[in-house]
Write a protein that binds this ligand. Structure first.
Ligand SMILES: [Zn+2]
Ligand SMILES: [Zn+2]
Length: 304
């Protein structure tokens, strides 16, 4: 896998099995722009994955606005499948600002876990509620793109050689992580997940099943919001530490771990120090895992 570069071809020259990823938002909880977060970015979760010519989007945080501008600038009809991990503000606040929603030529498939004790809150209603007049001035009915909403709580979605699996994770509400497999490569995306701490209704053998779910993934993008020192005062908030995510990635035999859902208070300097600290820990313990922190604008090419 290449290190971060903005020069990965994103044009018609892509091969049918090319797999690349771009981070449009990496921050957790609330957008946190400013000079102290310029390197890793202040926008909330949004990841674009290109599998051949097919476009997938994971989460609809504030980074999604920039992705929308990028897509409209290409001047082509936009087609994408969008997977949501859950419906906390930081994961959906970019949705009403995603320009392709207001183009009749766009075709969007939007998939996420239904909510409520009996799964009675479907994905479309959740987005329509977000765009109700109390919260947002433009009504949901103004969307002119061809949209298809569906739910995926646990199970899989497959089409044209792409397999996406969802697994419930430990986080308030019904939140999932995704595994994306294409052309022999795999990307796992789990932005919000509390690996330790209080109990969640995630069923038996959860940790074991999670390790199986992630097994051998080329890339894992995982919640690493807190330091070990911070975590004790944030138990039940639904997030993990740098160290916990390193241990998980190592246990699952992952190739590269990208820390994600950066704390809004974490400056670039402090985050780079954590990356350095965790690389030293991993080296001292003989782990072969590559470690970095996801950065806005970061492009990874997995099919090298
Ligand atoms: Zn979040
Ligand atoms: Zn959340």
């Amino acid at each position: 896998m290449d290190s971060a570069t903005d020069t990965v071809p994103r044009s018609a020259t892509r091969s049918a099995t090319a797999l690349s990823l771009r981070c449009w938002g990496t921050r957790g909880s609330i957008p946190s722009p400013g000079p102290a977060t310029a390197k890793y970015g202040g926008n909330t979760p949004c990841i674009e994955v290109m599998a051949g010519e097919r476009r997938f989007i994971f989460d609809a945080g504030s980074g999604m606005r920039l992705l929308g501008l990028d897509l409209l600038a290409k001047g082509q009809p936009v087609e994408a499948t969008i997977f949501l991990t859950h419906f906390h503000w930081d994961h959906i606040q970019g949705f009403p600002f995603f320009g392709p929603l207001y183009r009749p030529s766009s075709r969007l498939e939007i998939i996420g876990p239904s909510q409520g004790d009996r799964g009675e809150m479907d994905v479309q209603s959740l987005f329509a509620g977000q765009m109700g007049p109390i919260y947002f001035p433009v009504p949901f009915q103004a969307i002119s793109a061809e949209c298809r909403f569906d739910h995926l709580n646990e199970g899989s979605w497959e089409r044209d050689g792409v397999a996406v699996r969802a697994m419930r994770v430990r986080h308030p509400s019904y939140a999932v992580g995704y595994r994306f497999d294409f052309a022999g490569k795999s990307i796992c995306f789990i932005p919000d997940n509390e690996l330790l701490g209080e109990s969640y209704p995630t069923g038996p053998r959860w940790r074991e099943r999670l390790v199986e779910f992630l097994s051998g993934a080329d890339l894992l993008i995982h919640d690493a919001m807190y330091t070990e020192e911070e975590y004790p005062s944030r138990v039940t908030w639904g997030h993990s530490t740098f160290r916990q995510s390193v241990d998980l990635a190592h246990e699952a035999g992952v190739g590269t771990l990208l820390f994600y859902h950066h704390d809004p208070e974490r400056t670039d300097v402090a985050l780079a120090a954590q990356v350095d600290r965790m690389r030293k820990v991993a080296a001292a313990e003989g782990m072969t895992l590559r470690i970095d922190a996801a950065a806005e604008g970061h492009v990874l090419d997995l099919q090298e």
